[in-house]
Every structure is written in structure tokens, then in C-alpha cells.
Write a protein that binds this ligand. Structure first.
Ligand code: AKG
Ligand code: FE2
Length: 524
């Protein structure tokens, strides 16, 4: 699961460089072998030409006779031996041993990376051709995809039964193939996937057209012949049914699959979420006009430092009160946190609300690790800072969770607090629910990666060193459902955040009334 964090992908580049070296050495050895064989062949040809001029004369010379026999016995044995040398075997054995100590991606990684690309494509409305040209929102970042690369994206989508993206990428593969001097994929393979995914998307006529095109290329294509009959049959039945005026059987076997699996989930909510991620929806002006910036001194008795250097706080929303603290994590602290977290990264899990089990899920793609205060003075300092910022006790807070998002990494809308219906959540901790969240941004993100709150139409854009703060619970202890939030997919760059989740126990006299007006929850 390397694709889930960008830091892991970096290691793949060292794997690649080892492989490139190995391949170079292999090619050299093969070339040497072939050169030697070439020399043998030339020598044979040379002698043979001489012999051909006058064969009788040639063999009547005892030296020639000897040489001829020699060439076809011991010499030829050497040629055979050379032809037989399996240089590759040794190299393959080497590569197999690399697999034990170098990072290699798996087929699952390939699928994950492909799904991530299609997710970015949907969320940020990227058109397939621009993406294939290596452009993200008009900015050219990477190399282009060739027809075979596009074909593979289509094939991965197909394997995930995502026929919408199969169609998009197979069409792009076809377009790109038309421009290729050295074709990287067979057109018939593209057409086969394209026809079938078109059928799956409900367009039998087009599926038939495409199948006919495929049969023009490969008349004996067995599956295409079978499908052609099947599609023609389906069309005929539909026509027949139409003539009979029998509405019910109109769409025989034409199951129309949704755009993709995720569109099955609450389309309105998804739309708003994606608009926020794209920066198309912003906090309503009537809220914006109420927002202020201020200095916050915190507990100046305990921490005199904040008298001189108070926290710079910016309100991002009123109710729930969303606060942005500027410059609350130094570059040095960030470097420490990243360094300690990286070797411990594990794919982030989510709690199954029915079984209580932790499991991985497509809707949360990142890697994370937990850091204890004792591990480094910088980690302890960050924890103390959260106490100074919020006035809440850290004695019942969770350890610092550090997160890195990989290609298309994201976390779909969720609550940080446990809902009543959820089994097990936080029970074992004995510290109550997650009363508040502090989310530190430990990197800037080139494109995408906002934290968005759909219920309040607000997006926070990552800025290195800042932190967001909000209460997840009303003063009553009930969850504040308007704090539902998500991490948008990262489009370009690497996103690092860390979370400090603060719990209820110990806050009885701490939650400052002044800082947080708490309306009575009406909607729980
Ligand atoms: O990364 C983000 O922007 C939000 C992360 C988040 O919501 C979480 O980890 O609970
Ligand atoms: Fe969250």
C-alpha cells in the first residue's frame, strides 16, 4: 500500500535506480555475448565463402579438411554454449533478492494509484485529454501518458467495474494511439474494452458499432463474434418490444451502471463537497462579515511567553466556532515530527460503526503514526502549545497523530467525535468523547487538499505552521453535527498534517465560556 503516502513513493525512485543499473549491466553482458557470436558467424561465413569458390579443392587440402571438421565440432560447441548461456537467469535471481530489501509496489498499488487518478479527475473536473497530457488544472507538471498508459488506466477501472472511467480512458487510449508512430498497444484490445464498457453503460447500439469495428480488424475474434450476436439480439428484442408497445421490457439486459460506485452515495452532498474542494463554494458573506482576527494571550500565568508573543488567531466561522492559529508549529518542530513519524507509518484505518473493528477503506487514504510526548522535546512542546492555545487540559488528550496523504489521498466527510450508535468508540480510553480537534498543517499543498466543512460551506486551505481548532461537542456533550468535515484529495504536492484530539474528561472547569458560545443542539 505504498500509494497511500507520498513519502513511501519517494523510496520507489531508489528501487527504480537499482533496477535501471541492473538492466544496464545485463544489456552490456548480452551485447558482449552477441558480439562474440557475431565474430564466430563472420569467421564461419568467411571460411565458407573461400570454400565455396572451389569446394573440391578446398576439402582436398588436409589443413582445410581439419579446420572444417574442427569448426563443426569443438568450435560449434562453443557457439552453442554461448547461445545457451542464460545471462538473464542470474539477473532475475538478483532482482528477486532485491525484492527482499527494496520497496516494490504491488498490483494493489497500481490499482490504488489508478483509482486515485480517477478520483482526482472527478473531484477536480479534470478532462481526460489534459490529464493524459500531464496537465493538472492547466499546469503542466508531468510527462505525458502514451496510449498504453491510458489503456492500463482503463483496464484498472474495468477491473473495478467502473465502466464510466473505462470508457473515458479507452477513448483517450484510442485517440493517443492514432498519434503514435510506434504503437504502444493494439487497437483491437482498446476496442474490446471500449465496446463492453459502452454496453455496460447502457448504449448497446454504440457497443455493436465498436464490436463491428473490432471485427473489421480481427474478423475471427471469438469474443467479439459472440458479443455481436448478443448485442444484435438485445437490439432486436428491444425493437420488437417497442413495436408491441410493451414498455416494461424496453431496456432488456441494459443495466445502466452509475457513473461510478461513489455516485451511489448521496449525490447532493457529494456535489457540495466537491465544489468546496474546488474552491467554487465559499463561506457565506453574512458569516464572513462577522469574522475577526485577534491576539490571544492564553494562560499568561503559566506561560509568560505569550504576553510578548500572543497567538495570532483568525476566525473562520462563527457557529461552530472555527479558529485558525497562525505560526504555531515551527519548521524545526515540523521536521522532527515528520522524521519520527515516517518510519512508523501505517495505512490509516477507520472504525466500522457496526462491528467496532478498525479497517482500511477507500474513503480514507493516507498513512499515519502516533507520537508520544516523551519521545522528543518538540512533541511535548507542541502538546503544551495546544494547551496554551485552547486552555484545555492535555492529560486526557490522544497522542499526536501524524498524517501524510499520497496520490489523491483524502478523507471523506466524517465526524471526529463518536456518535452514540457507534460501538466501542473511545470507550477503552475512559476519557469520554473527543471534545475538540486541533489540526496542524505541516506543509503547504500545491493544489487541492483543503479541509472542508460541507454543513457550513467552509474550506480551510493548508498553510505550513498554522492550526485549525474547533469543538466537536456542544457544552451539553452532544455531538455538533455541523463540524462534519473532510480532507479533499491532494491534487499536486504532498500534504502533511497532525491532529491533537482533546477529550472530555478533565475539561469540566476548563472549557472557557467566553471563547465558545454553545447553542443548544436542536438537530441531534
Ligand atoms: O487532513 C485534513 O485536512 C483533515 C484530517 C481529518 O479530518 C482527520 O484526520 O480526522
Ligand atoms: Fe477529522
Amino acid at each position: 500500500e505504498l500509494y497511500t503516502a507520498l513519502v513511501d513513493l519517494e523510496e520507489l525512485l531508489s528501487t527504480e535506480s537499482v533496477l535501471i543499473n541492473t538492466l544496464e549491466v545485463y544489456i552490456n553482458e548480452q551485447e558482449q555475448r552477441l558480439n562474440l557470436l557475431r565474430r564466430y558467424a563472420d569467421a564461419y561465413q568467411n571460411q565458407h565463402d573461400i570454400a565455396s569458390q572451389d569446394m573440391q579443392m578446398y576439402v582436398s587440402n588436409p589443413i582445410n579438411a581439419y579446420l572444417l571438421v574442427k569448426r563443426l565440432t569443438t568450435d560449434w560447441k562453443q557457439v552453442e554454449a554461448l547461445m545457451n548461456t542464460n545471462v538473464g537467469k542470474e539477473f532475475i535471481a538478483n532482482i528477486t533478492s532485491y525484492r527482499q530489501h527494496l520497496k516494490f509496489p504491488s498490483d494493489e498499488d497500481l490499482n490504488g494509484a489508478a483509482v486515485a487518478l480517477t478520483r482526482l479527475q472527478d473531484t477536480y473536473r479534470l478532462d481526460t485529454s489534459s490529464l493524459a497530457r500531464g496537465e493538472l488544472n492547466g499546469i503542466k507538471y508531468s510527462s505525458e501518458l502514451n496510449a498504453a498508459d491510458c489503456f492500463e488506466l482503463g483496464r484498472q477501472s474495468y477491473n473495478n467495474e467502473d465502466y464510466y472511467h473505462t470508457q473515458l480512458w479507452m477513448r483517450e487510449a484510442d485517440t493517443r494511439l492514432g498519434m503514435e508512430a510506434n504503437e504502444t498497444v493494439e487497437r483491437s484490445d482498446i476496442l474490446e474494452y471500449l465496446a463492453f464498457s459502452t454496453f455496460k453503460q447502457g448504449n448497446v447500439h454504440l457497443a455493436l458499432d465498436l464490436t463491428n469495428k473490432l471485427l473489421d480488424l480481427v474478423p475471427s475474434h471469438a469474443r467479439a463474434l459472440g458479443n455481436k450476436v448478443y448485442y444484435e439480439d438485445a437490439i432486436q428484442k428491444t425493437n420488437l418490444a417497442k413495436r408491441k408497445g410493451d414498455d416494461e421490457s424496453e431496456d432488456i439486459s441494459m443495466e445502466i451502471s452509475p457513473k461510478n460506485q461513489r455516485d451511489l452515495l448521496d449525490p447532493v452532498g457529494r456535489d457540495l463537497y466537491e465544489q468546496l474542494c474546488r474552491g467554487e463554494v465559499m463561506t457565506p458573506v453574512e458569516i464572513l462579515s462577522q469574522l475577526k482576527c485577534f491576539y490571544h494571550h492564553g494562560d499568561t500565568v503559566r506561560n509568560k511567553f505569550t504576553i510578548l508573543a500572543p497567538f495570532k488567531v483568525e476566525e473562520a466561522y462563527t457557529e461552530p466556532r472555527l479558529l485558525i492559529y497562525h505560526d504555531v508549529m515551527s519548521d524545526e518542530e515540523i521536521a522532527t515530527v515528520k522524521k519520527i513519524a515516517q518510519p512508523r507509518f501505517k495505512r490509516a484505518t477507520v472504525q466500522n460503526s457496526k462491528t467496532g473493528e478498525l479497517e482500511t477503506a477507500q474513503y480514507r487514504i493516507s498513512k499515519s503514526a502516533w507520537l508520544k510526548d516523551e519521545e522528543h522535546k518538540h512533541i511535548a512542546a507542541v502538546c503544551q502549545r495546544v494547551e496554551d492555545m485552547t486552555g484545555l487540559t492535555m492529560t486526557t488528550a490522544e497522542e499526536l497523530q501524524v498524517v501524510n496523504y499520497g496520490i489523491g489521498g483524502h478523507y471523506e466527510p466524517h465526524f471526529d467525535f463518536a456518535r452514540r450508535e457507534e460501538i466501542n468508540a473511545f470507550k477503552s480510553l475512559g476519557t469520554g468523547n473527543r471534545i475538540a480537534t486541533v489540526l496542524f498543517y505541516m506543509s503547504d499543498v500545491a493544489q487541492g487538499g483543503a479541509t472542508v466543512f460541507p454543513s457550513i460551506k467552509t474550506a480551510l486551505w493548508p498553510k505550513k505552521g498554522t492550526a485549525a481548532f474547533w469543538y466537536n461537542l456542544h457544552a451539553s456533550g452532544d455531538g455538533d453535527r455541523s463540524t462534519r468535515h473532510a480532507a479533499c484529495p491532494v491534487l499536486a504536492g504532498s500534504k502533511w498534517v497532525s491532529n491533537k484530539w482533546i477529550h472530555e474528561r478533565g475539561q469540566e472547569f476548563r472549557r472557557p465560556c467566553g471563547l465558545e458560545p454553545t447553542p443548544i443542539e436542536l438537530t441531534a
